[in-house]
Design a protein around this ligand. Structure first.
Ligand SMILES: Nc1ncnc2c1ncn2[C@@H]1O[C@H](COP(=O)(O)OP(=O)(O)OP(=O)(O)O)[C@@H](O)[C@H]1O
Length: 257
């Protein structure tokens, strides 16, 4: 795993730092005073009960939602007000709780389209896809053992294969940080093990950091280097999988439920 950059003062240069994040939906305080960081090369698991604010935090970090208070820094830049659609170019991509692919386009076409969405129509992107993007897509399809499905319509894929395609799509632009929402949801147990292996491979080969929202405790505790637990819109705990597993507050609020 890539090690965090240690500066002369002994402080680490985090890849992403969110400080004092507040997010309200009308009267609902979805996030309250949340501090969250990702060091270069980390895989961070984001867990917690239903409605604890995991997806909202992911949406704030990826700039899909504006925050009501707090600051977000990514790659040493303030991105608190940056538009979501430029985030891929800045080096951060995400997937969604509900898979978003074009069912009537092939797996390879979907992956080619992932490069940029910014104001360009899909068919223009396909026509303009450069050889380097094609090579990148083919490499990622091979790495995730999806090459044989390259010409298949995305609508014909199983739930797990769609999740894999989303992973490929998130990686096409060579991001430094990928946010995965419910990475293993709808994926069968055999493919879950493969999915874990692909994420590890991408992490090791490309030094990509991941934040993974996940309900499957076995999956995330064996994959993440650090786990952050949200409860009622606040950070309840932040530590190694082993620490979190034995944290009584976490057991009471979440793991023991
Ligand atoms: N667009 C929205 N409008 C109104 N309320 C919202 C919206 N999005 C989220 N919320 C509320 O914010 C709180 C946090 O929701 P969020 O979806 O972030 O939780 P979660 O931990 O991801 O839940 P789950 O595990 O069920 O996906 C909940 O009370 C939810 O009802």
């Amino acid at each position: 795993m890539a090690t965090p950059v240690i500066q002369g003062s002994g402080t680490t240069t985090a890849l992403l730092t969110a400080t004092g994040i507040e997010k309200r939906f009308g009267g609902v305080r979805a996030l309250q005073d949340v501090d969250f960081r990702v060091e270069p090369g980390e895989i961070v698991g984001l867990v917690g009960p239903n409605g604890s604010g995991k997806s909202t935090l992911l949406a704030c970090l990826s700039r899909a939602h504006d925050v009501d208070a707090g600051t977000i820094r990514f790659d040493d830049r303030d991105i608190t007000r940056t538009r979501a659609k430029v985030m891929a170019r800045r080096g951060m991509t995400r997937t969604f709780q509900n898979v978003k692919v074009f069912p009537e386009l092939t797996v390879r076409e979907n992956a080619l389209l992932a490069r940029q969405w910014d104001g360009v129509k899909p068919w223009q992107l396909l026509a303009a896809a450069d050889p380097a993007t094609g090579e990148r897509v083919d490499h990622l399809l091979e790495l995730t053992e999806m090459t044989r499905l390259a010409g298949e319509f995305a609508g014909n894929l199983s739930g797990g294969q769609k999740r894999l395609l989303e992973l490929v799509m998130a990686l096409v632009s060579k991001p430094r940080l990928v946010l995965l929402d419910e990475a293993s949801s709808g994926v069968n147990p055999t493919l879950i093990e493969s999915l874990k292996g692909y994420i590890r491979l991408l992490h090791e080969q490309e030094g990509v950091s991941f934040v993974i929202v996940e309900h499957n405790i076995g999956f995330i505790f064996s994959l993440a280097s650090r786990i952050v637990v949200l409860d009622g819109g606040r950070v309840l705990a932040d530590g190694s999988p082993d620490d979190i597993r034995h944290n009584q507050e976490v057991i009471d609020a979440y793991l023991g439920a």
